[in-house]
Design a protein around this ligand. Structure first.
Ligand code: BGP
Length: 469
């Protein structure tokens, strides 16, 4: 029996700011990543571009100029779909511009048409850790309600232009990181010495505004392109209690809810009861406009896109500031660790798929899963990344088990099918790709693409719809 449904959407995923480069070409305005030197986990942005400083997003891996070559490689692997994001600041350089940038529109016209010409379905995120810098600096980011209107206009333009060619959309990448990586997801700059109550208010007000924006985008998509689907997208690697002590189990459920809060609102259409207690704990009083809750209730997302990389363990007494696992969690002695401290857990993948299917009964789309390692080409230049093949096979076998458990999984896009910039660290050294890119952490390299051993294995898996696993 086929372990994956017919038409399963095999592919790969990248993000504009981690791959395109061309950060200020053809009318593109500066985005927040363009003033971030390390990764978002650090949560800091330079006040302005400091010339001759190395910023990873400025060149990234040159996808903007090389995308046809890269799409040929994805097509060679047999991709059925390809997830990327539109750089908002390529379309509206400042976010609040009166008119869109025609060269930015032309680039995504070409990218989407070249994907379709290769029989590859585009899967598009409208804001993947990328917001026009001006919307942060002049408006303060998503805690300012004005961004709802700017985003809705951007979304409507995208749907009118590409809604007939793109079936799968997401508004925000990993919206739940709004409360662990605010600079990335909610486009907020929160000074370290900000009072906790004000910090919490800004984060949850930003989340509310993003919920409204997501609902308006879903409403617009249904009006403009009724055959298309709007997804919620969250970071949902798993979390386990460190022990079976009831306090550890309860604390872990409460940590998990800090992430599921976002998908509860976007997929169920209402603030869950436990949110009241979270807001009271922080003294948060949201500014909810008339009609907001009705809009959110009437325009929920069609599917849940999520990233899964690893699991962490958690216990009572640890601070709950969100779901960043490796930062917050404690070590799980039963699992291996990567050089970046991520504990890989294929069984956890099956567990999380079942958790999410049971909770929402809406289609699941695995839009990020992958292994970041410091690959080193051998003397002959080849990269025999058997460890990546092992991670891929182990996780896909568990995904097949989740599907056999009854989970409705529509697709799987490996994160970083080509080496790109790490969001968390800003490094090139943390490589996910089936395709190596000649570039190092200091920005040196030819950007030459080289197939790794995993390239050929993924091609085989796709060609057999997973039957060869
Ligand atoms: C997710 C982001 C991606 C990607 C991935 C891997 O949180 O959605 O943009 O970066 O993490 O993480 P990293 O690049 O930090 O290894």
């Amino acid at each position: 029996m086929d372990r994956f449904p017919a038409g399963f959407l095999w592919g790969g995923a990248i993000a504009a700011n981690q791959a395109e480069g061309a950060w200020s070409e053809d009318g593109k305005g500066p985005a927040i990543p363009d003033v971030v030197r390390g990764g978002f986990a650090a949560g800091t942005a330079d006040p302005e571009i400091v010339s001759e400083r190395y910023y990873p997003s400025h060149e990234a891996v040159g996808f903007y100029h090389r995308f046809r070559e890269d799409l040929d490689l994805f097509a060679e692997m047999g991709f059925k779909c390809f997830r990327t994001s539109i750089a908002w600041s390529r379309i509206f350089p400042n976010g609040d511009d009166a008119e869109p940038n025609p060269q930015g529109l032309a680039f995504y016209d070409a990218l989407i048409d070249e994907l379709l010409a290769r029989g590859i379905e585009p899967v598009i995120t409208l804001s993947h850790y990328e917001t026009p810098l001006h919307l942060l600096r002049a408006y303060g980011g998503w805690s300012n309600r004005s961004l709802v209107g700017f985003f809705e206009r951007y979304a409507r333009l995208a749907f009118e232009r590409w809604g007939g060619k793109v079936r799968w959309w997401m508004a925000f990448n990993e919206i739940n990181n709004a409360h662990t990586m605010p600079l990335a997801a909610a486009a907020l700059e929160l000074p370290a010495d900000m009072a906790p109550a004000e910090r919490a208010r800004r984060i949850y007000q930003a989340a509310h505004n993003m919920f409204v924006a997501s609902a308006l985008a879903a409403k617009a998509l249904r009006e403009i392109a009724p055959a298309a689907r709007m997804g919620a997208m969250l970071s949902l690697s798993g979390v386990y209690p460190k022990t079976c002590a009831p306090d550890d189990v309860l604390a872990t459920m409460q940590l998990r809810r800090r992430s599921l809060f976002f998908s509860d609102v976007l997929l169920r259409g209402a603030y869950p009861g436990y949110a009241r207690r979270i807001f009271d704990e922080f003294g948060v009083r949201l500014d909810i406009a008339d009609g907001d809750l009705g809009l959110i209730a009437a325009n929920t997302c069609d599917y849940l896109g999520f990233s899964y990389y690893r699991t962490t363990a958690f216990r009572a007494g640890l601070p709950i500031i969100g779901h960043t696992g490796g930062v917050l969690g404690v070590e799980n002695p039963y699992l291996p660790k990567t050089e970046w401290g991520w504990q890989t857990d294929p069984t956890g993948f099956r567990y999380v798929c079942n958790e999410l299917w049971d909770r929402y009964q809406k289609p699941l789309f695995v839009v990020e899963n992958g292994l970041g390692t410091a690959d080193a080409p051998g003397p002959d230049g080849a990269i025999d990344d058997q460890y990546r093949i092992a991670y891929l096979e182990a996780h896909l076998k568990e995904l097949a088990e989740a599907i056999a458990d009854g989970c409705d999984v529509v697709g799987y896009t490996w994160w970083g099918p080509i080496d790109i910039v790490s969001a968390g660290t800003g490094e090139m050294k943390k490589r996910y790709g089936f395709i190596h890119v000649d570039k190092d952490n200091d920005g040196r390299g030819t950007l030459k693409r080289t197939r790794k051993a995993s390239f050929h294995r993924y091609k085989e898996i796709i060609a057999t719809n997973g039957a060869c696993l």
